[in-house]
Design a binder for this molecule. Structure first.
Ligand SMILES: Cc1cc2nc3c(=O)[nH]c(=O)nc-3n(C[C@H](O)[C@H](O)[C@H](O)COP(=O)(O)O)c2cc1C
Length: 305
């Protein structure tokens, strides 16, 4: 059976529909001891900013029932370091490498996209629309269709021929309106979803579990929310959708595809078992055979309602 997925004809072709989710798989290189990263459908790398970023105060991670809370604050060494040091080490000729880009204003998004667009090793870029549109806080780009569209449009204009993935957050009233706006602004693909804000506290120390107090909830607990978003979005947009949220098995991958996703990204599950993504890719063919699925293209979006 053919597991290849074409997200953008001739520009973003995956050998299978399973990618790593940003922020949970390092640059990809860190996971080499656990499997062959060239077998992935794609590597979406850790969140990247134009300039180096120190990130959020510790602690940055807390376990919760069915998931985890995190507030990393996009700690990274900046775009120049990514391009000069990290990218040359990645097997970008064998597997699409997709940096996840973060910025606090539209010009910064544009500069970062232009820098990455010049790199052969960059297959596409994913715009994290959960970023706040001001260094001191401010609204998230994705909270409003207009600001989301502006960010995507700026990236699209700077990205040249590189496909642009708009990553949406569920933390808004109407995700469908934002999806339509980013598609109209030029997004080639939509990924859904990022984390959703939550918090955890410790009654013994009377302190929050995270240095930033509030963090993003992810893992199996959010899968129903992500599935709902993918289902709603894929029915109204023409562009492919990447489902993200709580995926930890081949069955989860098929659930997202049944709801309309072209591909999925595996996030938090990489922390509980670093071999998860490799296992999912190994198990997918047998599960398809067991369920009598012989063509993922016709299976996609075939949910009977
Ligand atoms: C520790 C951590 C760091 C993350 N960093 C980013 C990031 O930099 N950019 C981004 O778009 N999403 C980031 N995410 C969100 C994930 O890519 C994913 O969208 C989310 O966790 C839901 O998927 P999951 O339940 O499989 O983890 C991060 C998630 C975690 C847990």
């Amino acid at each position: 059976m053919d597991f290849r997925v074409s997200l953008v004809d001739g520009l973003l072709e995956l050998k299978n529909p399973v990618l790593s989710a940003s922020g949970t798989f390092g640059s990809g290189l860190e996971y080499r001891p656990y499997g062959d990263i060239e077998q992935l459908g794609g590597i979406i790398t850790n969140g990247l900013t134009l300039h180096p970023c120190a990130g959020a105060p510790m602690p940055r991670i807390a376990e919760t029932p069915g998931g985890m809370l995190s507030a990393v604050g996009t700690q990274n060494d900046g775009a120049e370091h990514f391009v000069n040091v990290v990218l040359p080490e990645l097997p970008w000729q064998e597997v699409p490498v997709i940096p996840n880009i973060n910025a606090s204003n539209v010009d910064e998004f544009s500069d970062l996209a232009a820098l990455l667009a010049a790199e052969r090793g960059v297959a596409a870029m994913e715009v994290n629309l959960s970023c706040r549109n001001d260094h001191r806080g401010g609204q998230r780009f994705c909270q409003n269709p207009v600001t989301a569209a502006r960010a995507v449009n700026a990236v699209k204009r700077a990205a040249g021929s590189k496909p642009v993935i708009a990553k949406l957050s569920p933390q808004i009233m109407d995700i469908v309106e934002v999806a339509k706006a980013v598609e109209a602004a030029g997004a080639d693909i939509i990924s859904c979803m990022g984390t959703i804000e939550g918090m955890a506290v410790d009654v013994v120390s009377s302190r929050p579990m995270l240095g930033s107090v509030i963090g993003g909830l992810s893992g199996p607990a959010v899968k129903p929310l992500a599935l709902r978003c993918v289902w709603e979005i894929s029915r109204v947009v023409q562009v492919p959708v990447i489902g993200v949220g709580g995926v930890r098995s081949a069955r989860d991958v098929l659930e997202f595809m049944l709801a309309g996703a072209h591909a999925v990204a595996v996030g938090t599950a990489n922390f509980s078992d670093p071999g998860t993504i490799f296992r999912i890719i190994r198990e997918l063919p047998a599960l398809c055979e067991e369920l009598g699925i012989d063509d993922l293209n016709s299976f996609r979006g075939s949910l009977s309602v």
